[in-house]
Design a binder for this molecule. Structure first.
Ligand SMILES: Cc1ncc(COP(=O)(O)O)c(C=O)c1O
Length: 477
């Protein structure tokens, strides 16, 4: 959650002092009576409001949020079927941690883990362990903690950690999602990042292996990259680490951050080996609320077997008079999202997921091609891995830049983020389009028409309207 500083951050300085505005119509029985008690903005009101008034005030303020369906910045699900919404409403009062009180919800969570273990080819599906989380960030924290604890417990490290010489590190591409920087910061692990180089926008397996040493707790491979939707080469990374082990004896596990791709590749790229088929892959996470097709927030973390998840990290909660092992950062957590995940698994099955993801990939590929055909843009990716593509302006385009495109599209309700790439490719700024279930070919056609309509005006600019440099990189992946 954002860290807020009381009322000082209210953008409109005058608004800080004003109370919320009431409309006479908000008063139920006596309209004018409803006008007397305008509630303050940044202080808990002294008394209650009628529910209709409170509802209307909140509802009206939220009208200024963007339209989630037109938000092409997010990977997170913005449309579910009405039946899923009904189930979620039915379960909104269930706390996931109350396993004893809600044993069927607990059972649905267990079944989801079993389904994912099967989908991701755990060699022994009964031995795989896993849990639901609030999203991939929590799942990555858990997976990172397991890697760190396993490393610390190795006989060679138990004697030296903690000490100056034994500072654990985690190897990853510089393109990782911010959750990995958080993990390293919060759990005091050095982040060793493989930089981008030329037109390689994600991790290079050889370079990653070269960064490993006796303090490396693991290597993170991303399927696929938040920056451009490309899959990192997990099998090649495992091969490079096999070679490293042969040369040096270092046995480095791999965690696959499949926040998006772990729910795309199994259906669209079944022959791609990126999961537990690779013996070096110790754990995998995904966001149920991304291509798992559930409203936020639910994620999943799975380990190949109990051996990859040190027992002392597991806590036990009451369950039907016994104990159920749990591994989580939160205690209380909504059960509705887990129920919705089970519903979606049941509803779609493998074939249904394949059809939905294929439709998104078709939209991404088609839209990418048509944007390329406009002539003003160069594609970095084409939507043929994640249904996501990134593009920049062609070298001869000097009248405007990607930030202008993003700003102008926003005027028409489309949220298409523009951002600058990290170290070694800071020269490159791109736009990114995430195609999700619900972003249909028809909507993609409307976006393209909008872009076409804007081009003459953009081409007529005398140069890019430079944004505040801080804004240019403020988009978080
Ligand atoms: C590769 C990757 N990892 C982790 C995350 C964080 O996921 P969540 O938003 O579910 O916490 C994201 C989010 O976009 C991501 O793309």
């Amino acid at each position: 959650m954002s860290l807020h500083k009381g009322s000082s951050q209210e953008a409109d300085a005058d608004a800080r002092l004003r109370s919320l505005a009431l409309n006479p119509f908000f008063g139920e029985a006596n309209p004018v009576g409803g006008m007397t008690g305008a509630p303050p903005r940044h202080r808990l009101p002294d008394g209650p409001l009628p529910p209709a008034t409170a509802y209307q005030l909140v509802h009206d303020e939220l009208m200024l949020d963007g339209n989630a369906r037109l938000n092409l910045a997010t990977f997170v699900t913005t449309w579910m079927e009405p039946q899923a919404a009904v189930l979620m409403a039915e379960c909104r009062d269930k706390n996931m941690i109350d396993k004893d009180e809600y044993p069927r919800t607990a059972e649905l969570e267990r079944r989801c883990v079993a389904m994912l273990a099967d989908l991701w080819h755990a060699p022994d599906r009964d031995a795989a362990v896993g849990c639901s989380t609030t999203g991939s960030s929590e799942a990555c924290m858990l997976a990172g903690m397991a890697l760190k604890r396993r490393w610390a417990k190795r006989p060679a490290n138990a004697a030296r950690y903690p000490s100056r010489e034994a500072r654990p590190n985690l190897v990853m591409g510089i393109n990782v999602q911010v959750c990995w920087e958080k993990f390293c910061n919060f759990w005091e692990v050095e982040a060793r990042q493989v930089p981008m180089a030329g037109d390689r926008f994600h991790l290079d397996p050889q370079a990653a292996a070269e960064l490993c040493d006796e303090n490396t707790i693991g290597v993170v491979a991303v399927l696929g990259s938040t920056y451009d939707g490309s899959y990192e080469p997990v099998a090649e990374l495992c091969a490079a680490l096999d070679a490293l082990q042969e040369r040096t004896g270092l046995d480095i596990p791999v965690h696959v951050d499949g926040a998006s791709g772990a729910m795309v590749a199994p259906f669209l790229d079944p022959d791609l080996e990126w999961d537990f088929r690779l013996p070096r892959v110790a754990s995998i996470n995904t966001s149920g609320h991304k291509y798992g097709l559930v409203y936020p927030g639910v994620g999943w973390a799975l380990w190949r077997s109990a051996e990859e998840l040190p027992e002392e990290l597991v806590f036990r909660v009451n369950y039907l008079g016994g104990e159920m092992p749990t591994f989580a950062l939160n205690f209380s957590r909504p059960g509705a999202q887990v129920v919705a995940q089970y519903y979606t698994f049941l509803r779609l099955g493998r074939e249904g997921y394949r059809a939905v993801q294929q439709a998104s990939r078709n939209v991404a590929r088609g839209l990418a091609e048509r944007i390329e055909a406009l002539g003003d843009f160069r594609l970095l990716t084409r939507g043929d891995q994640l249904p996501v593509f990134a593009f920049t302006t062609a070298p001869d385009v000097t009248a405007y830049d990607v930030f202008d495109v993003s700003r102008r599209l926003r005027e028409r309700g489309w949220l298409v983020p523009a951002y600058t790439f990290p170290a070694h490719r800071e020269d490159l700024s791109v736009l990114r389009v995430v195609c999700r279930n619900g972003f249909s070919a028809d909507l993609a056609g409307l976006l393209l028409s909008e872009l076409r309509r804007l081009l003459p005006e953009l081409r007529a600019q005398r140069g890019p309207v430079r944004p505040d440099p801080a804004q240019a990189t403020a988009f978080h992946h």
